[in-house]
Design a binder for this molecule. Structure first.
Ligand SMILES: Nc1nc2c(c(=O)[nH]1)N[C@H]1C(S)=C(S)[C@@H](COP(=O)(O)O)O[C@H]1N2
Ligand SMILES: [Mo]
Length: 500
């Protein structure tokens, strides 16, 4: 055997691995979607990545961080698979061992996920069986006596390999379709809140300003999940346990039968940078956390609510925010629709005034009353603050920084939020001028952002525009640009524009 067969043998390895991954994805879709080989390895890599690197990745690639991660895992897998193919063509058993090692990694990654069961091993198993079968079959299809020009047998290899690739693509696509189509989002009829709110105001209609209510499709998404959990409400339950006198579990129907509240709440991520897009505002429908806890009769020890998602992810929320009168809730709907899967279907925690990582558990299924001394959650284990109050923020939506504008009458506009405190005013400053009061849009309560705007006669030249927020209790936002992690970025948003 000679070196010029290397590309062909490498291709055989890649085809075998691709076939395995495609079949594995289909089996995962039918069993445990998150245990799909590439996803399972990717999630393990995410969990094992040191926090600073993770923060860097989110800051640098934004939401594309996941695509880049999956891409790298896939690339690494294919390189190893190519090596497996080359070795297998010479010594089948050793080449096969390389593929088996790859599959074993996927199996271990799937099985060590929180709350994994034996079913989590099925996708890796299917990947291994399919991959090895294709490898063996393709290598057997190779001509016994090789000729440089190839021939019909070589064509058989091409056709066979092509067929395996097509089958892999079909299986993978079918799997993806099943996962996305979901087993059942259900024909959910949302209950009416006990005290419906008046409709949310339309808000200011200024070109470039954030809409007063963020359309759900534009709502930012932040989580550690490569694949979105698929939950069937018929199988879902919510359990309240830990330091409580009356631990209990309720079904979806029982949750829906409880009294509902609707609240207008702005949500944001601790990783949002000054002026960034990880913030959204909408109307949430749900059951007050206080009601759920009251029924459980919380003991005297607990100081945190440790919430667990269906995939084992945990968030810890200070117990006092559930009882200090704010409208923390287990939400089931946003903007009048059941939660979309990416935002936590069927139920999630929403805690006004706290960053998402300490109060907004998506796909929640358990609330455990415990203590900070005893239990830690995903992010607090990684040394993030246990208390994550949202910092006062102002964002200039328009004009955009670093743009060229025509001189004349312009409007500076944006949003400001002082969660759970209320926005009393917003002030704008151009260059070294005075801070000028902006006009405010409608008020939907202390937990909701406010739109603001200020007309501006723009003169030629380069200008700096800044905006700051003043809270209902009189605090003026400062220019302190604290590091965005782990406490959230504050700081005055400033942009530079050129008027030409
Ligand atoms: N299960 C689960 N819930 C989660 C997270 C997560 O990774 N897993 N991320 C949290 C973080 S950091 C934020 S900012 C919010 C984001 O919610 P959204 O994606 O609906 O905007 O969800 C929170 N809830
Ligand atoms: Mo977050």
């Amino acid at each position: 055997m000679t070196a010029h067969h290397l590309p062909r043998d490498a291709t055989v390895g890649v085809i075998a691995a691709t076939a395995g991954i495609g079949i594995g994805h289909l089996v995962a879709a039918l069993t445990v979607p998150a245990a799909s080989p590439v996803l399972a390895i990717g999630s393990t890599v995410i969990d094992a990545t040191p926090t600073p690197v993770k923060e860097w990745a989110v800051a640098t690639f934004g939401t594309a961080d996941k695509i880049i991660l999956i891409g790298s895992v896939a690339l690494g897998t294919l390189v190893l698979a190519a090596l497996g193919g080359i070795v297998a063509a010479r010594r089948f058993s050793i080449g096969a061992l390389i593929l088996i090692a790859l599959v074993a990694m996927a199996g271990v990654a799937a099985f060590t996920r929180p709350a994994a069961t034996v079913a989590d091993l099925l996708p890796a198993l299917a990947t291994g069986v399919a991959g090895l079968a294709v490898l063996w079959w393709l290598l057997r299809a190779r001509p016994a006596a090789e000729t440089a020009t190839g021939g019909p047998t070589r064509r058989r290899l091409l056709v066979g390999g092509g067929a395996a690739l097509v089958a892999a693509a079909l299986a993978g696509a079918a799997g993806e379709a099943i996962i996305r189509g979901g087993r059942r989002l259900g024909n959910i009829v949302l209950p009416r809140p006990a005290d419906p709110l008046p409709p949310l105001a339309d808000g200011l209609d200024i070109e470039g300003i954030s809409p007063f209510r963020t359309p759900t499709g534009d709502f930012y998404r932040v989580d550690v999940n490569l694949s979105v959990p698929v939950v069937d409400v018929d199988d879902w339950t919510l359990t309240i346990d830990g330091d409580v006198a009356n631990p209990y579990t309720i079904t979806w129907d029982e949750l829906l039968a409880m009294d509902m509240i609707e609240r207008d709440i702005t949500m944001t991520c601790v990783s949002n940078e000054v002026g960034g897009g990880y913030v959204g505002a909408t109307r949430w429908l749900g059951v007050p956390l206080a009601d759920l806890l009251e029924r459980a009769r919380v003991g005297s020890e607990a100081d945190q609510i440790l919430s667990t998602a269906v995939d084992g992810f945990t968030i810890s929320t200070p117990l006092d925010v559930a009882t200090d009168g704010r409208d923390a809730m287990v939400a089931i709907a946003m903007d009048g629709e059941p939660l979309p899967r990416e935002h936590g279907f069927p139920a999630r925690l929403i805690t006004p005034g706290l960053y998402g990582y300490v109060g907004a558990t998506k796909w929640v299924e358990r609330l455990t009353l415990t203590t900070y001394a005893e239990d830690r959650a995903y992010w607090t284990e990684r040394d993030w603050d246990i208390d994550g109050p949202i910092k006062i923020s102002t964002r200039i939506d328009t004009p955009r920084g670093l743009t060229e504008l025509d001189p004349g009458d312009l409007v500076i506009a944006g949003v400001a939020w002082a969660q759970h405190r209320g926005v009393e005013g917003v002030q704008v400053r151009v260059d070294d001028g005075d801070w000028t009061d902006a006009e405010l849009g409608p008020d939907a309560g202390v937990d909701y952002w406010r739109q603001w705007y200020l007309p501006w006669k723009a003169t030629s030249g380069r200008h700096t525009v800044q905006a700051r927020c003043i809270t209902d209790d009189g605090e003026v936002q400062t220019a302190d640009r604290a590091s965005p992690f782990p406490n959230g970025s504050s700081g005055i948003h400033d942009i530079v524009v050129r008027v030409g």
